[in-house]
Ligand binder design. Structure first.
Ligand SMILES: [Mn+2]
Length: 421
């Protein structure tokens, strides 16, 4: 678990990045509607969580910076006996304070009045403010029919003395560099993912259905320590693997095919994102090996290219070149340009509290970034799609493969699958 102290440090970093005489308001948000009276599964806004360690729906954080002095408040829903009977226990002020390290925890009912005291300039003891920072992510729902973007519009009409800014780019900059503790959380997420992958290798047999394998992964990580998925598991056999985000794993897993898995377990919010390919009957065919080894060679080359100063765009250009040469030499394509028909996604993205973490891919990498390394080749006419993905930490010296323990050599996979039940 990330210690409370680290959440306090994150808020101090945010405090340093914003203008003096500013207020920041962050919302945990509320669940979106699924259908009729049902909602989609709720997750606290990741930027809010990153700063507060609080997951409770509807919570609000307010930070004020006035003449270099920090004041902060957390607003959570008040105790409500009836609500608790329906949906279980909510945080008490004390619990919220311990989790977040924020001393002043107040009820949500006084939030609006408190914000008004800060930004209206009515009460001089609150200080004088010129800027209000909000997370203007258009998807951030904070109430019935209310998103932060709409809130910003109405606040700027009511408080003409205040300039509204987007806090999102500042939090992106902070979240892109992972702390030593965050790296530990990742390692744990990856090792849980590995437990699930081993289980799959030991259970995979021709004739099964794809959903039996994707469910097995979910069951394995859930029964291990109630972990959840980083994202819906992609489990695609044979030609299905040529659809990148193959959505409905209802196909039969046939003898002689390869099974593509792109999956991950979360650990305390941090998302592993791993791809592996297994031969359904335990043995790769010669053609599958040929394609697999081009992708694996590229996956390993990318690890050596990753270092501070390099951009993901540069990694992408080198990847295209590597895969094109590999396919040309193997007789899989006739012209280098044809590679665009068989490799058509990006080599990498940042990973963190979101699988596709908030980031800018054009920025040079720095130590502490965690990014994916996921080359792939997809030959629909051959019924073969292969993507191999590891999670890579950028270090001062270059890179470190956080998922180096998850086997990916053909000989290792075939050996492991000899022990299937
Ligand atoms: Mn990925």
């Amino acid at each position: 678990m990330i210690k409370t102290k680290e959440f306090t440090e994150r808020r101090n970093k945010l405090f340093k990045e914003i203008e003096d005489n500013s207020v920041v308001v962050m919302y945990a948000g509320v669940a979106k509607k699924y259908s009729e009276d049902e909602t989609l599964p709720y997750t606290a806004n990741r930027n809010f969580y990153y700063l507060t360690n609080i997951e409770q729906e509807g919570s609000i954080y307010l930070l004020a910076k006035c003449d270099g002095i920090l004041k902060e408040f957390l607003f959570i829903s008040e105790y409500n006996e009836v609500n608790e009977k329906w949906t279980g226990k909510r945080l008490t002020s004390d619990e919220a304070s311990k989790l977040s390290g924020i001393e002043n925890v107040l009820g949500l009912d006084i939030f609006s009045a408190k914000l008004d005291m800060f930004i209206s300039g009515k009460d001089k003891t609150y200080g004088f403010y010129t800027h209000l920072y909000l997370d203007l992510d258009s998807e951030l729902k904070i109430g019935d029919d209310l998103y932060t973007v709409q809130l910003a519009n109405s606040l700027s009409l009511n408080y003409t003395n205040i300039e509204i800014r987007n806090v999102y780019p500042i939090l992106m900059k902070l979240r892109m560099v992972k702390s030593p503790q965050e790296i530990e959380e990742f390692k744990e997420a990856i090792s849980k993912t590995n437990i699930g992958l081993k289980k799959i290798m030991m259970s995979l047999k021709p004739g099964m259905f794809e959903y039996q394998i994707s469910s097995l992964f979910y069951y394995t990580i859930q029964s291990y320590d109630y972990s959840t998925l980083s994202f819906p598991t992609i489990c695609a056999s044979g030609v299905h693997a040529t659809v990148l985000h193959y959505p409905t794993p209802v196909g039969r897993i046939n003898d002689g095919e390869c099974l593509q898995l792109d999956l991950g377990s979360k650990n305390n919010g941090y998302c592993a994102d791993i791809s592996r390919v297994y031969p359904v009957n335990g043995k790769f065919t010669e053609l599958q090996k040929k394609i697999y080894n081009i992708v694996l060679g590229c996956n390993k080359a990318v690890i050596t290219w990753i270092k501070p100063g390099v951009t993901i765009k540069e990694l992408q250009e080198k990847t295209i070149d590597f895969l094109a040469n590999g396919c040309l030499n193997a007789g899989l394509i006739k012209n280098k340009e044809d590679i665009k028909n068989y490799y058509f996604h990006n080599i990498s993205h940042h990973i963190g509290l979101d699988t596709h973490d908030i980031s800018r891919r054009d920025l040079p990498l720095v130590a502490g970034n965690i990014i994916s390394d996921e080359p792939g080749l997809y030959f629909k006419e051959l019924g073969i799609g292969i993507r191999i993905e590891d999670d890579i930490l950028v270090t001062e010296e270059g890179s470190y493969n956080l998922s180096g323990n998850i086997i990916k050599e053909i000989s290792d996979i075939e050996k492991a699958m000899l022990f299937r039940k």
